[in-house]
Design a protein around this ligand. Structure first.
Ligand SMILES: [Zn+2]
Length: 531
């Protein structure tokens, strides 16, 4: 109770939260941390999708679900096996060469550019390069980077990001893999060459380029592959991008300045071709989602499900940084799965009997492109129409006390209003996404549910812009995000995590008890996906 008092602050709130206090170690965060400590241990080897460490982690989660007395809701007990194909670029047998009238200029793989394997690359390709602004088109946004441009059989070069004039959620959706894939296929493009905007890079190039040594994965079912039909995907180091523009009459710097000033980006042929030779190592493997249900109490509504999801996978073992090759993913996202287990325990202990059922879902393949959640949303183990909401927790960063809550998707559905109400009740200030440009709302597993029309939300411990907390999270992203140092040795705020779990438990209970299922707002872009 003392820790609860510290978090909740006011007496009235204590009464409201009383059902969660009984015997729960929740608010001090120790139980949460005990799960993180297991899942982010070196023994689990970074929980790579398809790896033995992930399998052990899945079995741990299943075991915890069982201990809590939740019902198994996978296709094999608590597990839902998912089949993946893995692809890894064999750099020693691959090359990229810029071809212009002045001759050939080889690009150094890793330093100048990297060949992506998410788009299944053709063994050999030579195609014209065309710069097409942000590479986006959407009539609703009144934006078309391809107007008057013929990109059939060509490689579309673009700056990552979207014009500031387009609303956050629409811009985020336009940049999603599914939308990009559909657009490029429709235009007949051979592939895409992306240049990150240094201003929006979460991870410095030197570190992000190391990820190319890890295999990418896709779902075996081709209809679940957003990039089908494309032949090449390349990412260019922005610090080396002028090579592409030399001789075109334009400079990359000019593009960046135009983007910074919110001016339209030019569209032009680069007057060069890119010649790619790509060797790929392929394999098939299985990895598991883990699914459990806390059954509802209402005879009718128990057939509806409020989902809480969190991804279990991380990056596995990769290139060593400072002598450490295990990418433990303690915050990304052992923390979220630990929250899922803690929330389930809090609800169990509270004796609450919500009317709708609550479905706890730990998914695989998030780091490979939201694949485990995509598989679940496309082939759910319960009737999809009966899934009323998804509350996703990914890297919620309890690095400082929970005074604010960042709600991704706050304005999109009445689920947002419900989170805001629960947060306010607990003395926590609800905030919209402070950095809409980073596309968080479509960058984690909630997007798999959004695409299926299901109102969704993602939550993190919030911060006020310009505050010391903002600096802490910024530094965390630069130094630890997708690095081996996201491990058990980092400082975390356990009571913040415990308080966060109480908040999520209250939210799930509230949604599960709601008279109506959540719905998208009429103004929401995402409403169109609702069946
Ligand atoms: Zn991640």
């Amino acid at each position: 109770m003392t820790n609860a008092t510290r978090f909740l602050g006011t007496a009235t709130v204590l009464v409201a939260a009383a059902t969660f206090a009984k015997g729960a170690s929740g608010p001090d965060g120790e139980r949460w941390w005990s799960h993180v400590a297991v899942l982010a241990d070196d023994k689990l080897e970074g929980r790579n999708t398809g790896g033995e460490g992930h399998r052990k982690a899945a079995l741990y989660v299943a075991g915890q679900f069982q201990k809590l007395g939740l019902e198994p809701a996978g296709t094999a007990g608590y597990l839902q096996p998912v089949m993946f194909k893995s692809k890894q670029i064999d750099e020693a047998r691959s090359s990229l060469v810029l071809v212009s009238k002045n001759g050939e200029e080889p690009l150094t793989l890793g330093d100048d550019a990297i060949i992506g394997s998410r788009i299944d690359p053709a063994p050999a390709l030579e195609a014209d390069l065309v710069f097409a602004g942000y590479g986006l088109a959407n009539s609703e946004a009144g934006h078309d980077d391809f107007q008057g441009l013929d990109v059939r059989g060509k490689l579309v070069v673009c700056l990552m990001g979207a014009p500031a004039s387009i609303a956050g959620s629409l811009a985020a959706h336009m940049q999603s893999g599914g939308e990009r894939g559909d657009l490029l296929r429709k235009l007949g493009a051979a592939g895409i060459v992306m240049i990150p905007n240094p201003k929006n890079m979460d991870i410095p190039w030197a570190r992000s380029s190391l990820a190319r040594f890890m295999p990418s994965m896709g779902l075996v079912d081709p209809m679940m592959d957003d990039t089908r039909g494309l032949l090449l995907g390349v990412t260019v180091n922005p610090a080396r991008a002028e090579k592409l523009f030399a001789g075109s009459g334009h400079a990359f710097l000019e593009i960046l300045q135009a983007a910074q000033a919110g001016k339209p980006l030019p569209r032009f042929a680069l007057g060069k071709r890119l010649k790619a030779t790509v060797a790929v190592k392929r394999a098939q493997l299985e990895s598991q989602n883990v699914v459990a249900i806390l059954p509802g109490s209402d005879p009718e509504l128990k057939g509806e499900y409020v989902v809480m999801s969190a991804h279990l996978d991380h990056l596995g073992i990769g290139e060593p940084i400072k002598g450490d090759a295990i990418y433990n993913g303690a915050m990304d996202n052992a923390s979220g799965v630990a929250a899922l287990l803690d929330v389930a325990a809090i609800l169990k202990e509270s004796g609450a009997r919500p009317r709708r059922s609550i479905l706890f879902l730990a998914v695989t393949g998030e780091e490979k492109g939201l694949l485990g959640s995509r598989f679940f949303a496309d082939a759910p183990t319960v009737d999809r129409k009966a899934i009323v909401a998804d509350v996703n927790v990914d890297m919620f960063l309890p690095l400082y006390p929970l005074k604010r809550l960042t709600i991704y998707g706050l304005g999109e559905s009445d689920l947002g209003d419900q989170v805001a109400a629960v947060a306010t009740e607990l003395g926590v200030a609800p905030d919209p996404d402070p950095e809409p440009k980073r596309n968080i709302f479509i960058r984690s597993d909630q997007y798999s549910f959004i695409r299926r029309g299901i109102p969704s939300i993602a939550l993190k411990v919030g911060f006020a812009s310009g505050s010391p907390e903002a600096a802490v999270q910024k530094r965390w992203l630069t130094e630890r995000y997708h690095a081996p140092s996201d491990d058990l040795k980092q400082p975390v705020d356990k009571p913040a995590a415990g308080a966060f779990d109480v908040l999520v438990a209250k939210l799930l209970e509230r949604v599960a008890n709601g008279a109506e299922r959540p719905h998208w707002k009429d103004s929401s872009f995402f409403k169109r996906f609702a069946e």
